[in-house]
Design a protein around this ligand. Structure first.
Ligand code: IMP
Ligand code: MG
Length: 335
């Protein structure tokens, strides 16, 4: 499986971080590259009861053998990046593209103070929208223009294509989710660029013929933070009773919740040309599943839930999350 791209199938927060962290360890990728908007996405994973969070580095960071790349389409907040490189001891395996756009203080201030962004859209306030606006205006500074990140610069598209051509295993990490896409989501309640599979590949500089698998990540229920429509939304009390209550990993805001949505799932599989599904948090819907690692050990109603998703969408659920720990995972891929 030389080149796989992972994508969020709903509104972000599908649990991509844990799935990618699992794959990175299990499949031992040579290279992992992050696409997507930038530090507005927080990917979380837990190993041996310790929780880790990344907003800039790829979620493959726990595998010390994996080279970590950030594509030119991704906005970089130098403080967050340097902090994570330091936390994960990743100085000699992190490379960012010369042409990553750099988020500055003004971008952050505008994102936090502008009424349209803050109140109407409900952005994360991390400066990504104003920075992408500056990029479109061709005013933004690029990574090659600032000394803070000089040590980490590389031609990421060249490096990743070289890896693919030399049969190294490559994982392309998407952030956010399909319905937060500026083009395919519910405008204006979206993020500041496209975040579907094609866009993630473009962020990194990989063309469509080089991708072998598109793994779409769905949570067993749907959540979203910020404003905008959410079909069949539960009240805060209902969400709490079901244990679907979540808080944003970047902003701490309470996420709104709704049941698994087949219409959204089918549309995002189509837009992303997804070939397989990773389904997360099955244990939240079926608590008896917690920590189970073999499909055959799931109770019947949990299996039915999974198999219904497969028959409705027509693609296989290959990976299932049954807990926060990286190893709380059922892997149904053929080896
Ligand atoms: P922005 O990306 O900070 O401009 O925020 C625009 C919208 O996208 C808001 O509704 C945010 O809550 C949402 N958003 C952006 N990134 C993420 C993410 O990684 N997970 C979930 N929601 C996100
Ligand atoms: Mg998140």
């Amino acid at each position: 499986m030389p080149c796989i791209v992972t994508i969020g199938g709903f509104y972000g927060d599908e649990g991509k971080g844990k799935i990618i962290a699992y794959l990175a360890i299990k499949d031992n990728y040579d290279v992992a590259a992050r696409g997507g908007v930038g530090p507005n996405a927080g990917h979380t994973f837990v190993l041996d009861n310790k929780e880790y969070k990344v907003r800039m580095l790829p979620s493959a960071v726990l595998n010390k053998e994996t080279r970590l790349l950030i594509g030119s389409g991704v906005l970089v907040d130098p403080n967050i990046l340097l902090n994570e490189i330091n936390t994960f001891n990743a100085t000699d395996r992190t490379f960012i593209d010369y042409q990553c756009g750099i988020i500055n203080q003004n971008h952050q201030t505008e994102d936090k103070k502008d009424i349209h962004l803050k109140e109407i859209i409900g952005t994360t306030g991390t400066g990504t929208g104003p920075a992408n606006a500056d990029r479109a205006l061709r005013k933004i500074k690029l990574a090659k223009d600032i000394p803070e990140v000089a040590l980490f610069l590389e031609d990421v598209s060249n490096s990743i294509n070289y890896s693919i051509d030399n049969k190294e295993s490559v994982l392309l990490e998407g952030t956010q989710g399909t319905f937060l896409s500026l083009f395919h989501g519910v405008y204006p309640y979206v993020t500041s660029k496209d975040v579907t599979a094609s866009a993630i590949c473009s962020d990194i500089g990989v063309g469509p013929k080089k991708v072998d698998e598109v793994l779409i990540v769905f949570k067993s229920y749907v959540t979203r933070v910020g404003e905008g429509p959410l079909a069949n939304e539960l009240s805060a009390d209902e969400a709490k009773n079901k244990n679907w209550q979540e808080f944003g990993s970047v902003t701490g805001r309470q996420r709104r919740a709704a049941p698994f949505d087949f219409n959204l799932a089918k549309k995002s599989i189509q837009i992303n040309s997804a070939t397989q599904i990773a389904l997360t948090k099955l244990d939240i819907i079926f608590p008896e599943c917690k920590g189970i690692k073999e499909y055959s050990k799931l109770e019947d109603k949990a299996k039915k839930f999974v198999e219904n998703i497969e028959s409705e969408t027509g693609i296989p659920v290959t990976i299932i999350g049954t807990g926060a720990e990286i190893n709380d995972t059922i892997d149904r891929r053929k080896t």
